[in-house]
Design a protein around this ligand. Structure first.
Ligand code: ADP
Ligand code: MG
Length: 399
């Protein structure tokens, strides 16, 4: 699984110009980086290439700029340089003659960061001219941007066809961790899904009804399931288009060997507010004027026990509105159970990761995936364009 694609570890990088697509799309507030996890996750591949005396040309997107006056990579350059303890040059743009001159000036072991790839409108539409211009800048290509691999963009897909293309260390690790969970898990395999919307997770849910032993559902998305069963949900957040999807999942669960577990008790409140009146109800019928904001204590206990008994666990999506302390209990209970589990534990999803960090438990899981949408699509069994475009190991034997 992990060895399906040629690895950066085997790339003949010495003295070569290596274009590395990383996911350096960090959250910013007033131009300051508020969380540098993604930059840190990108370091090992860059460090490996520096050690091999490559000329490293890094590229990433950052947010959704509307023009070249917005979202320069400058703050990312500064942080990257500090974390690497080497100077990192910021390029004059994404591609073109000025950037080619910046690359020309690189010595082996030096790093150049290209500007925000979304400054080029060709990036998102995978423009062949932009891909060709990027390919001009390098001898080899490495994709380490697992979090962007579900998008066929010029820096993630187009350019991969034009250069010898290798998998970066982070991307490789993601594929092997998620791949072994999906394709060869220790049993019982327990999948815990939560979060806001059924439609985000329905693909993964359907897939794991076929391969998991238990699927546990929490978060606002359980209200689509309750509505599909005709249960009143009061003022709870309900994704209307999720109701039909939930109904289909319930039908599929009937036919499957996998057990689909839904909450049996809830925490409700009279408004979406940390100061709201809060009640625990034994049951799932939410009265009018109230909304369900967390799974209840009995459900939390049952889910925690199921997680403790698992051979492997996949968790994606919080159990409630955990950002507000009165409604964090279910998510914390699941997080603590995942942290303490003896089975292999993998967590994906931006908000689930944020919850683990908030509880101080992020180091207690075996793998915290950096790719939200990409990890879901991969687990569903979809081909990720940014991965499919890499050179397969077999090619070497052919060529
Ligand atoms: P992830 O990023 O881990 O995939 P999602 O983005 O799908 O998770 O969902 C996370 C969001 O869902 C959180 O902001 C959380 O507050 C919200 N949420 C979960 N349960 C509820 C609920 N019962 N009512 C309202 N919001 C909820
Ligand atoms: Mg989210």
């Amino acid at each position: 699984m992990s060895n399906q694609f040629r690895s950066v570890r085997e790339a003949p990088a010495e003295g070569k110009r290596v274009l590395v697509r990383a996911d350096l799309n960090v959250p910013l507030s007033d131009g300051e980086i508020t969380d540098d996890t993604r930059i840190k996750a990108a370091l090992p591949t860059v460090q490996l290439l520096i050690k091999q005396d490559a000329k490293v040309v890094l590229v990433s997107h950052l947010g959704r700029p509307e023009s070249r006056d917005e979202l320069s990579m400058r703050p990312v350059r500064d942080r990257l340089s500090r974390l690497l303890s080497v100077p990192v040059t910021l390029a004059a743009g994404v591609a073109g003659s000025d950037v080619a001159a910046d690359v020309e000036a690189l010595e082996p072991g030096q790093v150049l960061l290209l500007e925000n790839s979304r400054w080029e409108e060709g990036e998102s539409r995978n423009d062949p001219d932009l891909a060709a211009a990027l390919a001009e800048l390098a001898d080899l290509y490495v994709n380490d941007a697992f979090g962007a691999a579900h998008r066929a963009h010029a820096t993630t897909e187009g350019v991969a066809h034009l250069l010898p293309a290798y998998a970066g260390l982070l991307l490789e690790r993601e594929l092997s961790e998620l791949g072994s969970l999906r394709d060869d898990p220790e049993r019982p395999l327990v999948v815990v899904l939560g979060g806001a919307k059924v439609s985000d997770k329905v693909g993964v849910m359907r897939r794991f009804l076929d391969i998991a032993d238990k699927v546990l559902v929490g978060g606002a998305m359980c209200f689509s399931f309750f509505r599909a069963r005709g249960v009143g949900t009061g003022d709870s957040l309900v994704e209307e288009e999720g109701i039909d999807l939930a109904e289909a999942v319930l039908e599929a669960a009937e036919r499957s060997q996998c057990e689909l577990m839904l909450p049996t008790d809830l925490v409700i409140a009279d408004s979406f507010d940390a100061q709201a009146e809060r009640k625990e109800i034994d049951g799932i019928e939410v009265p009018d004027g109230w909304m369900g904001l967390d799974i209840g204590p009995a459900t939390t206990k049952r889910y925690a026990k199921t997680i403790a008994d698992a051979g492997s666990v996949l968790w994606n999506g919080p159990m409630g509105a955990f950002e507000m302390e009165p409604f964090a209990t279910g998510t914390r209970g699941v997080a603590e159970a995942v942290a303490a589990a003896s089975g292999r534990t993998v967590v994906g999803g931006g908000d689930s990761a944020a919850a683990l960090v908030a509880f101080g438990l992020d180091r207690e899981v075996d793998w915290l995936s950096t790719g939200g949408g990409a990890s879901l699509e991969f687990l569903e069994g979809k081909d990720l364009p940014g991965v499919a475009a890499l050179d397969a190991v077999e090619k070497e034997a052919d060529g």
